[in-house]
Design a protein around this ligand. Sequence first.
Ligand code: ATP
Length: 321
Amino acid sequence: MLQRIGVLTSGGDSPGMNACIRAVVRKAVYHGLEVMGIKRGFNGFIEGDMVPLHLGSVADIIHRGGTILHTARSVQFLNPEGRARANENVKRFGIQGLVVIGGDGSFRGASIFNREYGLPVVGVPGTIDNDIPGTDQTIGFDTAVNTAVEAINKIRDTATSHERTFVIEVMGRNFGFIALAAGLAGGAETILIPERPFSYDEICERLMRGYRRGKLHSIIVVAEGAAGGLEVARKIKERTGFDTKVTILGHLQRGGTPTAADRILASCLGAKAVELLMAGETRKMVGIKAGKVVALDIEDALSQTRSIDLDMYSLAGILSI
Ligand code: ATP
């Protein structure tokens, strides 16, 4: 009989992680389970840094960004010795199931730990990057996109007033999900993503075409993995002579109060993770597919490739001519 589970947040933090912790705790307590909150991701798991979480422990956090459990990237958990220490704590604290809220790396760690020590694990996708296969959306993505759109709106005001070209660099090392969504929603003239090669000639030609038509300002959204914002601005300035400014949003995109969509997603996925553990499931991840909460085998999910919607990318190009 399942009596006590653990929950941790791992990898980069994302807005909505707190709403997810709350859902895990409240759903578990509702069903008579005890919950241990493990601090600082897998580091706290290895060090036995954990505290009991009650209904009140998760009061007043649904609207807060970050994670009350703190998060980390744990080098020690990559080593078998680190994971063996974590298993000592599993026994010491009587943990019978683990919810891991984080990105694909965190899921990989959880899956390996399950294979080695048999502890049932369920992964909940929490990352602003939206780069986890097996789910249409990750917790924090919507908030990060809204933060980027808000920034684009503000920059648009000054870009228009000063008749300037602005390059806005957003997060996304391997994928352009944030850039595409924020660029489309913010009406950017050009969107650069790692998935699509681009040429400066093409970008500048587009800018010049707009200029000849009387368009005196332009916004270019670039995912950090496609090119550095500073470099893009320098190249544009060199080739066109346009006054080109850069804004790098950076970690701004990680923080802030989660949107309603992220809180709802976090609540549904957190609760589903507990249900799966109660049903005796193991090595699963939860996700949202076509509006429905789904459960998948972690390893199957991670073996799939996540791809951006290139039709949406083309549409953004058409709408911004
Ligand atoms: P984000 O998407 O925000 O980067 P993430 O979960 O993908 O989040 P990672 O740094 O890749 O972030 O992984 C988080 C932690 O998971 C790592 O620091 C490590 O402790 C653990 N981990 C990742 N891969 C493995 C692995 N192959 N074996 C064991 N542990 C792993």
